[in-house]
Design a protein around this ligand. Structure first.
Ligand code: FAD
Length: 460
């Protein structure tokens, strides 16, 4: 390690290699505070060429490398394992927007660009980069790509996977793959960029990407519905898709438990006159015709009320009210944190099974683990539920095993959008069969035969 680090100082300069003390005191820390971070060093290359040079040295000395971008990942993927046995490679200094091409509806940016900077660059050209996460002010493009981030616009624009047109990446042996294509159609065999998207730093370092832009939404129609119960959810999803069609951008479910947490922990105000079991936040967006958009939302709300799918409904009358509704949904993780934290499960099930899954899982967890409280919320339009359990204490591992068994029973996934990292590594086998795991290992072996890229992550 010592010889390798000396050589890394040679290629990156003294300021390009932070020693462990400064590194630990600096930016490498686990977002959820669950894992210690003890890197051997933090590498800070300033260009793709420097990333390549650093990886060549790491390959030569068999030094394990942990790519690091915004550090907002929730599964410990960017946190080095062991005590000073792995180096962290930060892409933060690769922070240039290389090109915005409005005619092509595309933007090329480096991996260290903060997501809000990418969004801003698109907006300056009247366009939008539609990846929307509560962490977008800190998360970076490289991290979003490596985790195939989701967020609240997936319903309309898809996951990060669907937003990437091309990639530039450094392979574990230091070779640079120049894959910054901008094609909408390219049917020429295996789609290599898709292997790197969602690979969580285990196959190489993403240094830049060309992403898809969309026309900027100028009008937003937002409403909060109070539901009589979970039974209404499936029919409401279908109704929203039918009435709001391709203007439907977000459908977020939360429960009375969630609203109680918000009022108690964050001092939020209940927007309705009386309590309801569930709430659904709906957002539709449009580029033109605000009147037509508002009419469509009104039609959706009227039919939901008439059919008894909603007990009450509040359309947001203006921007501040729409933001207040969103603040309820986005405040839930913070409210949980202030209430002492939760065992988190970012799970997904088929759309049609969502309501049934949540009801059954809530009931079974309550029965098996007395004293716990389930706060289930999330991007239900995508079948994605954050099934978080408060008050589990020492029983956290048992609670998670029970939740993942139920997810498998409902043909779901143990990670809908946060990835696997180290925290969910052992859960992967609940919903990936042995053949799939073998194929994943085959891909890893082919691209990273020395096993230096983020070892101990993703693959069990
Ligand atoms: C408040 C909050 C809200 C969130 N909301 C969402 C949400 O709605 N949807 C969602 O999907 N996620 C969400 N997240 C999780 C997180 O923000 C995303 O996973 C994000 O994409 C991580 O980006 P990052 O730059 O912080 O990556 P990091 O945390 O730095 O890294 C994440 C993983 O990617 C790897 N990596 C980083 N950069 C590179 C690179 N250049 N090349 C190769 N590998 C790399 C790392 O090794 C690690 O495995 C949320 C997190 C927080 C704190």
């Amino acid at each position: 390690m010592a010889r390798g680090l000396a050589q890394l100082r040679g290629v990156l300069g003294e300021r390009g290699v932070l020693d462990p003390g400064a590194a630990a005191a600096g930016f490498v820390r686990d977002e959820r505070g669950l894992l210690p971070a003890r890197p051997a060093a933090v590498l800070r290359p300033r260009s793709t060429a420097e990333v390549a040079a650093a990886l060549r040295v790491c390959a030569e000395h068999r030094i394990p490398v942990v790519p690091f971008a915004g550090g907002t990942g929730l599964v410990g993927g960017a946190i080095p394992l062991g005590d000073r046995t792995q180096v962290v490679l930060s892409v933060r200094a690769l922070d240039r927007i290389r090109e915005v091409d409005p005619a092509d509806f595309s933007l090329t940016a480096e991996a260290g660009c903060v997501l809000t900077d990418v969004q801003r660059a698109a907006e300056e050209h009247g366009l939008a980069f539609p990846l929307r996460l509560a962490s977008e002010g800190s998360a970076r493009l490289g991290g979003a790509i490596a985790t195939n981030a989701g967020g609240s616009n997936v319903l309309r624009y898809g996951m990060t996977r669907e937003l990437v047109l091309g990639l530039e990446a450094v392979l574990p042996d230091g070779r640079i793959w120049h894959g910054l294509r901008r094609l909408r159609k390219d049917n020429t065999g295996y789609d290599l960029k898709q292997l790197l998207i969602g690979s969580e730093g285990t196959l190489g370092v993403v240094t830049a990407a060309t992403v898809r832009l969309v026309p900027r939404a100028r009008h937003h129609a937002v409403a909060l519905l109070a539901l009589p119960g979970l039974d209404a959810v499936t029919a409401l999803l279908a109704l929203a898709r039918e009435v709001l069609a391709d203007r439907l951008t977000a459908l977020e479910l939360f429960s009375r438990t969630g609203l109680d947490l918000l009022t108690r922990q964050l001092g939020a105000r209940d927007p309705f006159a009386r309590p309801h079991p569930r709430y659904l936040l709906v957002e539709a967006t449009g580029t033109r015709d605000p009147v037509g958009l508002a009419d469509q939302l009104r039609e959706f709300l009227a039919e939901a009320l008439e059919r008894g799918l909603a007990a009450d409904a509040l359309p947001a009358l203006d921007g501040p009210q729409a933001r207040a509704f969103w603040a309820l949904r986005e405040g839930l993780p913070e409210a949980e944190k202030r209430a002492g934290g939760a065992v988190k499960h970012d799970v997904g099930v088929p759309l049609g099974a969502l309501a049934e899954f949540v009801a059954a899982a809530e009931e079974q967890v309550a029965r098996a683990f007395p004293g716990t409280v389930v706060n289930a919320f999330g991007h239900v339009g995508d079948g994605n539920v954050h099934f978080n359990v408060l008050g589990a204490g020492e029983r956290a591992a048992e609670v998670s095993a029970a939740v993942y068994r139920l997810v498998a029973q409902w043909e779901g996934t143990v990670s809908a959008e946060h990835g696997i990292g180290v925290l969910k590594r052992d859960a992967l086998a609940y919903t990936r069969d042995p053949l799939e795991l073998e194929l994943l290992r085959t891909v890893k072996q082919a691209l990273d035969p020395l096993g230096i890229m983020n070892p101990g992550k993703l693959l069990p």
